[in-house]
Structure formats: structure tokens, C-alpha cells
Design a binder for this molecule. Structure first.
Ligand code: 4AD
Length: 472
């Protein structure tokens, strides 16, 4: 036992708060403990004072009880090292507290600190994005974000997937949406221009135009056709002109890609994947999720539990269109007809209709979907794909079976007047040892919105990037 405690309390002679707050009485160390963190709260009584110190590892802070004089120069927000003995607390809100022996100020915090201990709007916190991680909401958010990342890796690793690092810089446009950022080399003005550059010719560092990736899917397909089950987890970039609460210019995407699967498998795997990571996060971040349920969205846990307990709804696009066009309850701002993409109001209507349970919409018109989707066997106007819709956010997952037949893919690329040379390698994957395969992409930030009830996608990523905003 003694050794265990020593190990727990003496990693680098300081302790993380999370370890302390979860300690039970018989395991409290007898020797003094040091904690480093930021002051969240100061309360003064007649002779004694209480400060609350938080180091980001837990929602709560440790209450440190000391003589009033010991704290008199400290201000809210200052970074401190406190040392003292840990005791079981008499207070209702915490289990363990510290009886102060000494306190050292590591970094002072003058009074113009923007993160004062009071209610701040999300808009204000976004303006001070370099401090917002010290607030309760963002502290909780980024612990959940970390756990969700780990749960995702855990799910794939235990299911035999190989993580593949697809490039950030690419020559292709996976989604064909014209939302790519082109990469430009800015040479120093002191350097002579490259010798092979002719007058008026644009200099391409890579010898050809290059872009930030909009999806790692095409490159992941290479590895699915050698390692069978792979996944990507990395940043993706889209020049979204829409200033919405669910679009970022830089966001993280998780893209599993699997050989030997068909349409129904893809949908089943997406449901199992989502439910498994939701369960894992809910088990490991209980306190932080309860915080969001209390402070951000009172229906959050009810909604998440409902999604876990029930099978997700499955509709074909044609069935969804029938529901949307026949319903009499709502007058849509954008009336919809077969062949149109779903707008946010249509997505909302569908998730509401099914009592907030996520809805898969499958088999969409080929004409509005990217070139790589496999034509449906029974109806060539459709593709074998799916979108998963969730309440408020709309599309959370998009995926499909890929066109794995050489002539059909080549035809489609020609039909869409795409540059054959750029996609030569992709076409060749169909010529040499092709296999049926498919996968999907989960938008990580939209998933975090779904998990926490946060309304704006800019508040679930450490440093947001969107139109007209590239601070830091
Ligand atoms: O539906 P999308 O465009 O699908 C793909 O990129 C496929 N290549 C995925 C695949 O099959 N491997 O995007 C997938 C998901 C969306 O459902 C959405 O959750 C998220 O990525 N997403 C965004 N998230 C934040 N900001 C944006 N601008 C996003 N665009 C898409």
C-alpha cells in the first residue's frame, strides 16, 4: 500500500488534482502534498481563508484552507503552488481538502484579467480563446474531447483496424465541392526565382497545384486495399463560406475504410461505432457530462441515453422525401423535391419526427453525390451511401460504398470531366486487385456538439478556424 501511495503522490513531486479528489480516506498520504494550479475562487472569513485551486484535470478544484494572512496577496487567476496535508473535508461540496502549510505564487494575475469569476457569454469567451480553457465549461469540454479521441482509437484498435496517417497536402479533390484551399509557397524576396521558371509562369513548390485535404478518404482507400481495415483521424480543411454554427474551415475527421463490406455492413458498423464511443465517453466523463446537462442542455443525457437504448432509424432517401413532401405539420422555407439535397430544416424535421433518435438516410440520388460512390445495383440513379442525421446538428456522418469496378469508375470520371491524370493512381487501384470496399467520415467537432449540447461548433475545438477568423 505504502508503495502504491508513493507512486501515486510522487511522480514529479506534484500531484494532479484529479488524483487527489478521487482519493478516499484510508489512502490519504501522511506526508505533505504539493499541488500546482490556478486560483479559481477566493473566500475570506474572519480569520481563515479558502482558495480553490484547479489544474485542469478535474471539474472541481481543491479547497485549500489557510490563515487569512497566507493568502492576502493572491488574486483570482494567479498560478500558485500550495503545499499542505490532505484531510477529509467537512464541507458538502468536496470530499478532500488541503490544510495549508505553505503557498508560493508562480505567476501573478493583475486585476485586468479578462476571465473574472462571473457569467461570461460564449461570444466573449471566444474573444479570449487563449484563456477560455481555464473556465469550467471549456475545461470540461477539452477533457471530453481528449476522452472521445481515446475512445475512438480504442474502438478501432480492438476491432483490428490500422491507423493510417493520410497527407494534409494533396493534389486531388475528394468531395469535388470546390471548397479546397490552395497551398502557396511564399519565397523570401531575397532569394532568386527558381531557374526553370519562365516569365509570367506561376511557381508551384510541388511542381503542380497542391491543396489542403478536404478528406483523407481517397488515400485511406489505398491502405484498405492492402490492410483491409484502416482509419484516419486528422485535420481536414474546407473553405466553407457559410458562417454557421456547424461549419469550420479546419476540423477533425475520423474516416474508417474497410475492404469486403457492403452497404448494410457500412450502416451497421457506423451505428455500432457511434454507440460504442458514446458509451465509453459517458462512462469515463460522467461528471463533465453532467455539468453540460445541468448548464448547457437539460435534455442532453435523456437524449444520449435514448440514442443508446434504441436502434437508429433507417430510411432511404426516397422514403425520407415521401415523408417530407406529404407531411402537413410544417411549411418549409425551402420546399423540397426528389433530387434535391436536404436542407437543415428538413434534417431537423426528420430527427424530431423520430423523437430525437439518430436517423440514417441511405441510397441518395447519384446526381448530387461525389464521383467515388458506388452505383446501386437495382437502380442506377441511386448510390449506395448514407448520411446520419442527429437532432439540432444535422449531418454527423457521411459515407458510402466506393465504386470498385474499373470501367464504371473510369466512365464516371470522364462523365464528370474530371482530370484523369490526377486520379490515375485511384483508377489503377481498381485495375490491379480491386475489392469491394467502403467507409464513412465522422466530423469530430459535430460529434462533440452532439455529446455536450454545445450550440456552436467554434466552442468544441481548442482554437477555431473559420471565415474571417485566424487569430493566433
Ligand atoms: O459528408 P462528408 O463531406 O464526407 C466525406 O468527406 C467523406 N469523404 C467521408 C468518407 O466517406 N470517408 O463529411 C463527413 C463529415 C460530415 O458528416 C460532418 O460531420 C463533417 O464531416 N463535416 C464538417 N464538420 C465541420 N465543419 C465542416 N465544414 C464540415 N464539413 C463536413
Amino acid at each position: 500500500k505504502i508503495n502504491e501511495i508513493k507512486k501515486l503522490y510522487n511522480p514529479i513531486s506534484t500531484v494532479s488534482l484529479n488524483q487527489v479528489l478521487n482519493t478516499t480516506s484510508p489512502n490519504l498520504p501522511t506526508e505533505p502534498t504539493k499541488i500546482k494550479g490556478w486560483i479559481k475562487n477566493i473566500r475570506n472569513q474572519k480569520n481563515i481563508s479558502f482558495i480553490e485551486v484547479n489544474d485542469g484535470s478535474d471539474l472541481g478544484g481543491i479547497q485549500v484552507v489557510g490563515n487569512k494572512d497566507a493568502f492576502h496577496q493572491l488574486k483570482h487567476g494567479a498560478c500558485v503552488e500550495v503545499e499542505g496535508s490532505l484531510v477529509m473535508s467537512q464541507g458538502k461540496t468536496q470530499q478532500v481538502e488541503m490544510q495549508l502549510q505553505s503557498v508560493k505564487q508562480i505567476g501573478e494575475c493583475p486585476e485586468d484579467y479578462p476571465l473574472q469569476p462571473k457569467y461570461h457569454t460564449m461570444e466573449f469567451l471566444r474573444e479570449i480563446a487563449h484563456f477560455r480553457s481555464r473556465s469550467n465549461t471549456f475545461g470540461a469540454m477539452f477533457r471530453i474531447r481528449n476522452q472521445a479521441s481515446m475512445s475512438i482509437h480504442k474502438y478501432f484498435q480492438k476491432s483490428g483496424f490500422v491507423w493510417v496517417h493520410t497527407p494534409t497536402i494533396t493534389a486531388s479533390d475528394c468531395e469535388g465541392g470546390g471548397e479546397q484551399f490552395q497551398i502557396k509557397h511564399v519565397p523570401s524576396p531575397d532569394l532568386p526565382p527558381p531557374s526553370n521558371l519562365q516569365a509570367g509562369q506561376e511557381h508551384h513548390f510541388f511542381g503542380q497545384p497542391a491543396y489542403l485535404t478536404v478528406s483523407g478518404q481517397l488515400e485511406a482507400e489505398i491502405y484498405a486495399l492492402s490492410h483491409s481495415r484502416v482509419y484516419t483521424f486528422g485535420p481536414t480543411f474546407r473553405a466553407e463560406r457559410s458562417n454557421t454554427t456547424r461549419h469550420l474551415a479546419e476540423f477533425y475527421m475520423i474516416e474508417p475504410e474497410m475492404a469486403f463490406i457492403q452497404q448494410a455492413d457500412n450502416v451497421d458498423i457506423a451505428e455500432d461505432f457511434l454507440k460504442s464511443i458514446m458509451r465509453d465517453v459517458m462512462e469515463n466523463c460522467r461528471e463533465d457530462l453532467e455539468f453540460f446537462d445541468k448548464k448547457v442542455d437539460p435534455q442532453l443525457l435523456v437524449r444520449l441515453n435514448k440514442a443508446l437504448d434504441r436502434p437508429f432509424v433507417r430510411l432511404t432517401y426516397t422514403e425520407a422525401l415521401e415523408i417530407l413532401t406529404k407531411q402537413q405539420e410544417v411549411v418549409f422555407e425551402n420546399p423540397i423535391k426528389w433530387g434535391d439535397d436536404l436542407q437543415r430544416e428538413h434534417e431537423r424535421f426528420l430527427t424530431k419526427k423520430y423523437d430525437d433518435v439518430p436517423v440514417f438516410v441511405t441510397l441518395w440520388p447519384k446526381s448530387i453525390k461525389p464521383f467515388y460512390m458506388r452505383e446501386n445495383q437495382e437502380n442506377p440513379l441511386l448510390v449506395d451511401n448514407m448520411d446520419l442525421l442527429v437532432p439540432d446538428i444535422g449531418e454527423l456522418i457521411g459515407g458510402s460504398i466506393r465504386e470498385e469496378r474499373y470501367p464504371q469508375l473510369l466512365n464516371r470520371i470522364k462523365e464528370l470531366k474530371m482530370d484523369e491524370e490526377t486520379y490515375q493512381w485511384y483508377i489503377e487501384l481498381r485495375k490491379f486487385g480491386s475489392a469491394p470496399h467502403g467507409g464513412f467520415g465522422l466530423g469530430f467537432e459535430r460529434f462533440l456538439q452532439y455529446l455536450t449540447g454545445m450550440k456552436n461548433i467554434r466552442d468544441v475545438i481548442p482554437i477555431p478556424r473559420h471565415q474571417n477568423y485566424c487569430k493566433f
